[in-house]
Design a protein around this ligand. Structure first.
Ligand SMILES: Cc1cc2nc3c(=O)[nH]c(=O)nc-3n(C[C@H](O)[C@H](O)[C@H](O)COP(=O)(O)OP(=O)(O)OC[C@H]3O[C@@H](n4cnc5c(N)ncnc54)[C@H](O)[C@@H]3O)c2cc1C
Length: 282
């Protein structure tokens, strides 16, 4: 590892679960010990190189068997373009179904992450195809996109499970909400729909306002609500919620492609004070 990457890794350790499967298993154990379950993602996206896709599947297979051997409580998350969606839908679907089957054998759930807007249709299409055959699948939906409530409605109608996020990819004119206020408004609209219509879903956010509202709505609802946060962000709030009996999941990415992921997390921080807070706080 170059010197620059070594220094970068010192900071990135806050957000990533290490480079190897044993590294991430160690981090997952720590979350489990704090009463949190985990969602583990092997970092990588937009692959055109088939050998990288093959290696990704092999890593998920190894990860699933180690999670089982070590008794880790949690699930995995995959990105469509790390399984071949940038090459072809057919390749992606067959790889995705392979992982879903593998995970099903060890009674694990597979979350599909949501990437940039051009992949949304094919991601949902593959998700619904898997849902028809397997029960252990959920999908991420981004409140930043104007279409999302409509997507949630058809996913719920098919019996699917949604993980609602605000969205980490750049907003596009005509299809996305731009300002925080509009994204938040759509997040609330989608959340309220989930509370009324979905038996079980995940709210993946670090936003106090969204969490407070969710806890309020939960009191009047029969839905099972899971909460999700990213490793290294608002860790003490996550532990507090877990301690209070909420179903808290920590999303832990790992793998050699940690630098790109860390840069995305840094870009999300609006002010340098937030960066410092994120690095030094718990
Ligand atoms: C479990 C999980 C899975 C996700 N999966 C996806 C996915 O598949 N696709 C996708 O597009 N996005 C995904 N995301 C990312 C998500 O879309 C947002 O980019 C990210 O969660 C920030 O939005 P927020 O809801 O926390 O609210 P924001 O409005 O961005 O932030 C609210 C507050 O949270 C705190 N905060 C937020 N981010 C940080 C940070 N980096 N460091 C320190 N404090 C911070 C700050 O106090 C901030 O004011 C996921 C997020 C989570 C938690």
């Amino acid at each position: 590892m170059s010197f620059v990457r070594q220094v970068g890794m010192l900071f990135a350790r806050k957000w990533i679960g290490g480079v190897t499967v044993p590294d991430v298993i160690g981090q997952a154990r720590k979350s489990n010990d704090s009463g949190e379950k985990v969602i583990i993602n092997y970092l990588g996206e937009d692959y055109f190189d088939r050998s990288k896709i093959k290696q990704t599947i092999a890593t998920y297979s190894k990860l699933l068997s180690q999670m089982k051997d070590e008794g880790i409580e949690g699930d995995i998350a995959v990105k469509p373009t790390q399984l071949g969606l940038s090459i072809s839908y057919k390749l992606f679907l067959s790889n995705y179904l392979r992982i879903v089957k593998l995970a099903g054998r060890s009674h694990r759930f597979v979350w599909m992450d949501m990437e940039d807007h051009m992949f949304v249709d094919d991601s949902i299409r593959a998700y619904l195809a898997a849902l028809g055959k397997h029960g252990n699948v959920g999908i991420c939906i981004q409140a930043k996109l104007m279409r999302s409530l409509w997507d949630i409605k058809r996913i719920i109608k098919s019996g699917g499970k949604v993980r609602l996020v605000k969205g980490a990819y750049p907003a596009r004119k005509g299809i996305s909400y731009f300002g925080k206020a509009d994204v938040d408004r759509n997040y609330i609209r989608c959340m309220e729909y989930l509370f009324k219509n979905s038996k079980e879903f995940m709210l993946a956010t670090h936003d106090d306002k969204m969490i407070e509202l969710a806890l309020k709505l939960k009191k009047k609802s029969k839905s099972v609500v899971l909460f999700g946060m990213l490793k290294g962000i608002r860790g003490s709030l996550a532990r507090k919620l877990a301690l209070a009996g909420e179903r808290m999941y920590i999303y832990i990415p790992f793998g050699p492609e940690w630098l790109e992921y860390s840069i995305r997390r840094l870009k999300e921080l609006e002010h340098s004070t937030l960066i410092i807070r994120s690095i030094i706080s718990d």
